[in-house]
Design a protein around this ligand. Structure first.
Ligand code: GRF
Length: 217
């Protein structure tokens, strides 16, 4: 079965592109049925349009408050009938009602090994702490910021001399393998959300699966 994905974006869209590529290669049994951005003119929208994907702009600045934006987004999502709602560089917090409505079908990718470094500035904080391993996580979205159960993670080494830019680029590269791999586990039903936790093959995941990335630049 081909799963239906709605992808929410705010900016560059490189994860969106990686997901589209994985679908095209048959590595992800899914179809992107909608791309929704919270602002006009983003690179993500151009990338999607170039590939003939239906895109929509739901301009957050034209909605009086978060609740109004969330209601409009919920209506768009219902119209698209996705199996999964995929946040890919979507820079808005969703309100508790919307999260509750899509709980278990709403996932995000975050540039750290959660629960380390939720929120912004993850690479800067990792470098300041002198960690030697950093990475990215795909997690179910719950009302807590970057706090939902983790589906899958990928590690990268922190190398001597790394600055924020170098580390961000290394993490982003593994994100492009991680997100499609995690989504495939979800669309196949191998990993699912139950009772506030991630389950894999019917067992509660004690620790998130780590994606083996052959070679990290
Ligand atoms: C990624 O680093 C992702 O982890 C974070 O936002 C960034 C999005 O990049 N949530 P892109 O728009 O997919 O290129």
């Amino acid at each position: 079965m081909t799963a239906r994905l709605a992808v929410l974006v705010s900016g560059r869209g490189s994860n969106l592109e990686a997901i589209l590529d994985a679908c095209a290669r048959g590595e992800l049994s899914a179809e992107v049925v909608a791309v929704i951005a919270d602002r006009p003119g983003t690179r993500a929208l151009k990338r999607a349009e170039a590939r003939g994907i239906a895109v929509e702009v739901l301009d957050a600045s034209r909605h009086p408050d978060r609740a109004a934006f969330d209601r409009a987004l919920d209506a768009r999502l219902h119209a698209a009938r996705p199996d999964l709602v995929v946040l890919a560089g979507f820079m808005r917090m969703l309100g508790p009602e919307l999260v509750a409505a899509w709980l278990g079908r709403l996932v995000n990718i975050h540039p750290s090994l959660l629960p380390a470094y939720p929120g912004l500035g993850t690479h800067r904080r990792a470098l300041a702490d002198g960690v030697t391993v950093h990475g990215a996580s795909v997690h179910f979205v719950t009302p807590e910021l970057d706090g939902g159960p983790v589906v899958m993670q990928a590690e990268v080494p922190v190398r001597p001399g790394d600055d924020e830019r170098a580390l961000a680029a290394r993490v982003l590269e593994v994100e492009h393998a991680l997100y499609p791999a995690a989504l495939q586990r979800l669309v196949s039903g191998q990993v699912a959300f139950r009772d506030g936790a991630a389950y894999c093959d019917g067992r509660r995941l004690a620790r998130p699966e780590r994606l083996r990335v052959a070679e990290v630049a």
